[in-house]
Design a protein around this ligand. Sequence first.
Ligand SMILES: [Mn+2]
Length: 313
Amino acid sequence: MYLLFHNDFDGLASATLLREKLRTWDITTTRCVSVDYGNNWTSGWPDEAPGAFAVVDYEYHANALLYFDHHATSFRTESHREHYELRCAAGDTVLLDPTAPSCTSVIAQWAGWTQRYPNVVALANQIDQADFTSVEDYLFGRSTALDLLHTFHRTTEFERLSIMTALEQDNPDEASWVVRSTAQELLRYREVQVRLSESHCWMNGSVALFDARDVSNLRFVPLHYYPEAAVVCAVATSANHFLINVYANPWSTASHLHIGTLLSTYGGGGHANAGVVQPFKTYHDAWSVAYEVAAQINASVSYGNIAEFAFTS
Ligand SMILES: [Mn+2]
């Protein structure tokens, strides 16, 4: 069985728990492969998995034997939703809970393992919900959660396997030891990048725009300069294309459109408070969509309605 997981910490932790559950069923996980928004996998067999596969923390796939997620934009088409509902009714192991703070928590609950993995579930919830005290804490603080979060995209395959082994033991501290020296280096790197980013951020209404073409696209950096922003919209480069990251300011009480739903109209996806659109061929294409997104968010932003501001899902 192949395990396809969304390429972030929650995805990796989800894969860890599911792999462990499958082991108790004597099902061997051949490989865990990360996937991210923008890949083309709505029909047929995904390139990432030539055999039977499960999907965690990512969009629904009709061929997935097992499926777990907590995103609000998991169905790219209505027929996928109908397919999912039919499989639910048939008692298949397909489980989407958009109210869950992490996919890891969905799997732990399904497996009856909330007692067995309290630390991993708490950590995945904290990281996926960006539950940190301030932008300064997020950018310059050090903790198990922050070290794992900041180093995730720099980890080697070997380090990820080591992290999974530590998570299997419900030991996040040991998982963070794997990335400790990288976390120290990246803190220095981040300090420099935050300074360089100042001239690449500006306000557009209530949205902080971030041109991350020539600087590192570090999350929440624009909020260091514009803490009053309700939402950040960043244009960045990936391997050979451009992408847009949109995310809410977690330290703001402003309410706004559901970001994942808004971005799904441009072929992207995500949660109420964070999402991605990719790939764009040109920088110009990415910015023209980014300005449209910013305009729609600006039209929807309202302050003072704190009770309605839902930070989860
Ligand atoms: Mn997640």
